[in-house]
Design a protein around this ligand. Sequence first.
Ligand code: DUC
Ligand code: ZN
Ligand code: ZN
Length: 473
Amino acid sequence: MGSTLISNGTVVNADSAIRADVLVRDGRIVALGIGSDWTADHVIDATGKLVIPGGIDAHTHLEYPIDGFTTRTADDFYTGTVAAAHGGTTTILDFVKKEPDRSLYDTYLRRRDAAAQRCVVDFGLHAIVPPRDQQPDVLDDLRRLAAGAGAASWKFFMAYPGTQMVDDGELLEGFELAAECGALPMVHAENGHMVARETRRLIDSGKTAEHFHATAHGHDSEAEAVHRAIVLAESVGAPLYVVHVSSAAAAEEISRARADGRRVWAETCPQYLQVAYEDYAGLGDKAAAYLCSPPIRERSNQEGLWKALVTGAMATVATDHAGFCLHQPDDLPPQKLRSPGYFPKVPNGVPGIEDRLMVLWEGGVASGRIDPCRFVDLVSTRPAKLFGLFPRKGIVAVGADADLVVWDPNADHVITTAGTHMRTDYNLYDGMRVTGKPVHVLSRGDHLVDASGSFAGAAGRGLFADRGAPNLF
Ligand code: DUC
Ligand code: ZN
Ligand code: ZN
């Protein structure tokens, strides 16, 4: 494996930025020093660049089954992690949805094997907790997942009644078990009944065009579910992680709860910060490209999310990467355009695994809202802590995995669909000019992406990240 020296860069961690050389040997960081005279097999000159811990995307859906397991998202574990690496993400945390004829635990083992065969960067898996009628003994599986299988993070859906939604009793039981096992419960927070009722009303009045998806998924339904999840978690002494917060009203609920000392952390996504309802409302069928749940909301909503990032109410930025092609891919049934003019049938999800760091840098750091340390915290350190990967990952420090990104803070780069590696045939940020981008990406010391963009990773080199308990401090 050999050694690598990254010289003359500015090492940025969540709490400091210092000029330092970084020496890597056998996959780990072995020394940090100022003005060193170290030699190595391989030298990367980082003059004028930042050296940051590799991005950790805590929310992805690669080869994720939908429609009763009849089809899946466009990127598989290989294409998705190749794209992740090009964007500076060296660890992903994906989701396990219980298969109809298998327990959650057995599904988890199968998916872990599948990911191990194809991932090019390290990965972990969160479990999605099915409604109790799909697996009456699911709590036993959750115990096993937290105890020895490296999955002490469980996601509960408060939306999608009849398929994935769990009721308040199931939430309480699951949260209570999480508190007992030291696991971190996660919620997709939308009131499923409110969304279903509004969807019905829109259909009945003929309002089925793609952009009405956003009307169906109102701010209130998200804020209500966030509030309820916080109260339920608090009542049984559990911490809580709210995924993909899209509404400023929901962010306000989190902000208030944290100010009251509640143990709640939240994630938002680049699409909610950078893209707006106004960008797709007039696109007709093509608006399908933008549909995800919760939805991409009005431009006026964005500032509230930025405020939550600046104040610390929002803890992480992940992608919720669930890419579907607009035009039919060769190997899968029609995706985004399978039922033009009828939003309830559009698969929910947008791509972004490769864009996350560049988009957050532009809107956050380049625009002066946050500094590079906060950026690192949002994209790497905090997810590493919350999901039991720290300090092995999420920090540039001696002993940590050499998951490193050499970041150019003065780039002049335009994001394009053709220039990115995700399988989707569109990119929400196509044409966006960015001033920060990854130029070298290392995963456990392997130089996966170099300044010319050439890629040196193979399917299956990514390792399952054996995660510990969440670090909530
Ligand atoms: N929620 C997600 O987290 N991802 C895709 C679809 C959804 O509803
Ligand atoms: Zn969700
Ligand atoms: Zn998701």
